[in-house]
Design a protein around this ligand. Sequence first.
Ligand code: ATP
Length: 290
Amino acid sequence: MKEYQIKAYAKVNLGLDVVRRLPNGYHQVKMVMQSVGICDELLLEKAERGIVLTADSREVPLDETNLIYRAAKLMQEEYGIGEGIRIHLRKKIPVAAGMAGGSTDAAAAMKGMNQLFGLNVPRERLMELGVAIGADVPYCILGGTALAEGIGEKLTGLRPMPDCFILAAKPEISVSTKYVYEHLDGAGIVHHPDIDGMAEAIEGGNLPGILERMENVLEAVTISAWPVVGMLKERMLALGAERSLMSGSGPTVFGIFTGKEKAEAALEQLGGEHLAKQVFLTMPVGASQD
Ligand code: ATP
């Protein structure tokens, strides 16, 4: 095989709880992750030597700080790959948005190299390796609907989420994940989401049960610093979303719609307003087949 093309899907958090701060500064979390149809594309080609990364976006670094670069290096070293690799990234996932854009690119690079070089590494092993790049990388290798615990790397696959429409909107601000967690530590958590109840609702195919448990403990921190996130949440509801929530540490907000027409009308409306810079209408995506 000379080249290989692979999609890298974004995620939203249907629920996000922080259990405690660990002595090493990481946070123990409990989250329900869901892949969505918004995706980047990676084109991988064998090369003589090294790692060459190109992209159609100026928003991502192209040096060794790009998570794709780190993933490629990890695969080369771990599996003694003598040949080089050229990777081109077509970026569609909003950057620094809380949708795991970098982590899913890294996951796709690992899966793509596994195919391109015929390594036959089992998915579980790729997931174990991926955590060295980022806590969300193992989930991005798995994809679909999953419960994530530990620092996000302890995963339990769940039944696919019931069909629905997901309207995702990113305001024109950048939110630092570090800032949000630091301020959460100061403020404390008043109410913990019912993540176990949500996992049960997913297993039972119970969409109302999922919707009523959608909560993210990071939301209060991000909204108090960037009120536009709260305004977007409200706007989604006014436009007919059953429920709306911030994803990850933000600033992307997503709304769940049960009807396609209402979701399409909301997309058009929100797209013409100033609250969000990017708006996407998408659907849940199942676990990865790669
Ligand atoms: P998460 O949801 O995991 O917190 P995020 O969606 O908020 O992630 P990313 O899009 O992954 O954030 O980007 C965060 C930063 O990581 C960017 O500002 C960028 O400099 C860097 N980065 C490194 N590699 C990538 C990549 N492949 N795609 C996007 N950003 C990357």
